[in-house]
Design a protein around this ligand. Structure first.
Ligand code: GAR
Length: 220
């Protein structure tokens, strides 16, 4: 008798921009052994190239255009309703450039992950590459974290570093960071889909053990 295969965790990705991280996630989840599948990609911007990438991969897309809503609450309620139609097990922010309300964040607590272009807790918010350069940081990087009510302040699961060189500009640094993000995010999503990562009250369990510091992606 053949054992019934458990259905794969359902991943939904939200993006606002060019979607290179969405592409990395699409490519990773296409691998035969990936323990999850992307059921939809949503955006607040009708013209986001991330939607094009999803459509190319035959993944469903949806748009909740924030300019059509009078308040953040109304936008988030509409977004939440759309997301719920897909019943996701994992909700990923991949360059999703809207601040989410506390109600939204609470509704998806524990399954809502974000990738942020800095070594958190350094440089929450915007212009992270510029700020790292201005501070003369020798290393910069990216973080994957659980989203909580505090902006870019939820527990960090994993990070990857890049070296900053004297020639770097915000643009060149953004490219270097993105190259790391494309490796890091799929790895963390894999672990999450395998049930290895859990969010506690203000801590993370990795393989059932308290994660004392973010996991680090190294070059070797
Ligand atoms: C990524 O670098 C991501 O870390 C960042 O936006 C970029 C999106 O690029 N996210 C944030 O700044 C969130 N605050 P992409 O559209 O090519 O994936």
């Amino acid at each position: 008798m053949k054992a019934e295969k458990a259905p794969l965790p359902r991943i939904l990705v939200l993006a606002s921009g060019s979607g290179t991280n969405v592409q990395a996630l699409i490519d990773a989840t296409r691998e035969r052994d990936f323990p999850g599948r992307i059921v939809a990609v949503g955006s607040n911007r009708p013209k986001a190239f991330a939607l094009e990438r999803a459509a190319q991969a035959n993944i469903e897309t949806f748009v909740v255009d924030h300019t059509q809503y009078d308040s953040r609450e109304a936008f988030d309620a509409a977004l939440m309703a759309e997301i719920r139609r897909y019943n996701p097990d994992v909700l990923l922010l991949a360059g999703f450039m809207r601040i989410l309300t506390d109600d939204f964040v609470r509704a998806f607590r524990g399954i809502l992950l974000n990738i942020h272009p800095s070594l958190l807790p350094k440089y929450t918010g915007l212009n992270t590459h510029q700020r790292a350069l201005e501070a003369g940081d020798p290393v910069h990087g990216t973080s994957v974290h659980f989203v909580t009510e505090e902006l870019d302040g939820g527990p960090v699961i994993a990070q990857a570093e890049v070296k900053v060189s004297l020639e770097d500009t915000p643009e060149s640094l953004a490219e270097k960071v993105k190259a790391k993000e494309h490796i890091l995010y799929p790895i963390v999503v894999r672990w999450f889909c395998e049930g290895r990562i859990q969010l506690g009250s203000d801590y993370i369990l990795f393989d059932g053990e308290l994660l004392k510091a973010p996991l680090r992606l190294t070059d070797d």
